[in-house]
Design a protein around this ligand. Structure first.
Ligand code: SAM
Length: 239
């Protein structure tokens, strides 16, 4: 599979992203551990600490995939809706929830760009390692803003660009050489992982993305870099 998708139409990008996640769904959790050396668990823990989910809140975990964020949020008693464009990822998530005895989560198929939820419904919106896969990011941010109540909060966890000198080059070499090989070895699919790496490289840097969140109407936008910005938590409030 080739993913030089610079020139392809928006609908085609969405379809290709769909193909990637259908291919990787069953191996997704294993690959996350392998590629990040288990670090994605720490990033996700920190992310959920920042969200501070509270008992009784309604939280939308967009691009929720196999449930990693949702399971953590649910530990605090919040009501979680897991939404994802890909039914294969949701399927794996529902299976995992059942095996862990976690119930009460709502799992629903949705495209982040056009949500079926009413205005001002949720107390918080989370999206982890999801936004860079969305074709029309400004549209998704607008929808996030629409479905949040006033005083609601937006949190995004995503790969970004590290500002640590030298570290970016090491990471680039690792991601281009090692990640597709791991994908081939563990999931029998180098192409999908090549796409995932490419989508990280193309994602706007921390300040630019923070500006995009503000453009969607959020205030008090913030960014918290981890590993110099290799991974970042962006947040904002709706007033
Ligand atoms: N949030 C989960 C996590 O942190 O483990 C899953 C992240 S996974 C890398 C990215 C997810 O984004 C996939 O499940 C994919 O199906 C979903 N996705 C891609 N484009 C989407 C869109 N337009 N709307 C909703 N979900 C989307």
């Amino acid at each position: 599979v080739s993913f030089g998708y610079e020139d392809i139409a928006a609908s085609e990008k969405t379809a290709r992203v769909g193909g990637v996640f259908t291919n990787v769904a069953s191996k997704y959790d294993l690959m996350n551990d392998a590629m990040s050396g288990g670090m994605h668990r720490l990033w996700k823990d920190r992310f959920v600490r920042r969200v501070k989910p509270r008992d009784g809140e309604q939280i939308l975990d967009m691009a929720g995939g196999t449930g990693d964020i949702a399971f953590r949020l649910a530990e605090h008693g919040a009501s979680i809706t897991v939404a994802d464009i890909n039914p294969a990822m949701l399927e794996v998530g529902m299976d995992r929830a059942q095996k862990r005895g976690i119930d009460g989560l709502v799992w629903t198929e949705a495209n982040a760009e056009v949500l079926q939820f009413p205005d001002r419904f949720f107390d918080a919106y989370t999206i982890a390692f999801g936004i860079r896969n969305v074709t029309d990011i400004p549209a998704a941010l607008k929808e996030a803003h629409r479905v949040l109540r006033r005083g609601g909060r937006f949190y995004c966890l995503e790969f970004s660009t590290t500002l640590w000198p030298g570290f970016g080059e090491i990471y680039d070499a690792y991601s281009h050489k090692v990640v597709p090989k791991l994908g081939q070895l563990l999931a029998g699919d180098a192409g999908s992982y090549r796409y995932l790496i490419e989508s990280i490289r193309r994602f706007p840097d921390m300040e630019k993305f923070k500006g995009m969140i503000a453009d969607a109407g959020f205030v008090q936008t913030r960014v918290e870099p981890m590993l110099g910005g290799l991974v970042a938590i962006h947040s904002g409030w709706k007033i």
